[in-house]
Design a binder for this molecule. Sequence first.
Ligand code: NAD
Length: 362
Amino acid sequence: MKKIGVRLGRNSYEIYVGSGLLSQLGRRLKESGFSDKLVIITDPTVKSLYGEALKESLISEGFEAVILEVPEGEEQKSLETAGRLYSGLSDFHVERTTPILALGGGVIGDLTGFVAATYMRGVPLVQVPTTLLAQVDSSIGGKVAVNHGQLKNKIGAFYQPRLVISDIATLKSLPATEISDGLAEIIKYAVIRDKELFTYLERNIDQIKSLDERLLEEIVFRSARIKAAVVEKDERDFGLRNILNYGHTVGHAIESASDFRIEHGGAVAIGMLAAGKISNKLEIFDKGELIRLEDVILRASLPVKIPSLDMERIIQAIKHDKKILRGKIRFVLPKSIGNVFVTDEVSTSLVEQVLVDFNEET
Ligand SMILES: NC(=O)c1ccc[n+]([C@@H]2O[C@H](COP(=O)([O-])OP(=O)(O)OC[C@H]3O[C@@H](n4cnc5c(N)ncnc54)[C@H](O)[C@@H]3O)[C@@H](O)[C@H]2O)c1
């Protein structure tokens, strides 16, 4: 088991990463000063895989525990679902000291976090992420949100959890696409901050994909440590946290221009490569490193080409999503593996020129 401290003054907390941690959750909660009732929010898949067993083990340790179930899917990140959860919390007589556990992927984490931040002006939140993406990204840093119409993640708060428990053993039941989504974020961390992590991925990617627990623990730990360090320096996303958007400028645009037919991880992978190619064309990022990046993305079962890219829609989506300064788009670009910079000096024509390379028809 590994432990990371996130130092944010009064909002500080610990992240635990290891295999079999769900069985120790009761003890950890008691160490954090919780001993009475608690609520687990989860979805049907995670409830049957881990939720029921977790609830029983917590009850056997003296907690009064209930599960509130939310259907699966991004559309559940809504004010309507939050409203139903508020009623559930009220029925269970939740008090301001009652912890709410988010057991699941990023959807459950973001939604539960939003509910915890707003119910009675804030009740303690415990993140128990069960997807690779949630363990390395969404459970850390306190961004909690729901969607509203076309506004994705725009109704939310910065609300740090009191504890994060990442049980690596839960990753064994994940579908392959979920593993790839998480790997895309892990490659992102390596490129922005940790060239040793990149080399580690190059060396071990095949065993990682076959879900070797020791290797998974190592890459989740290293990634979570990077996210924690960035959040510590810029909790409210006014500066450094920007670098976490590496690959996401183009990635988000590809997702929305494909009406979300292209998976998040695949879109981010193309986005990271696109940023690499832009940087290479600007004569900053070395060709050899670009080839290594493409190779690791391919070996992680992520795409390096996509069918029928609608260039016009992608460019429109980028313009809609991001701040444009005199026709230039803000980008996070690699200088070298392990080191990125933020620039407002990328022209839309350069982005178009680079994106053409990713079209499967070319
Ligand atoms: N708050 C943040 O900083 C942040 C960062 C990145 C992403 N996000 C958000 O995260 C969400 C995506 O999260 P996600 O990729 O985890 O997807 P998800 O939460 O939709 O989970 C994907 C699927 O995996 C299933 N699942 C979860 N754990 C499982 C397990 N151990 N075994 C088998 N199945 C399991 C779930 O039931 C679900 O059907 C998006 O809403 C995104 O906006 C938030």
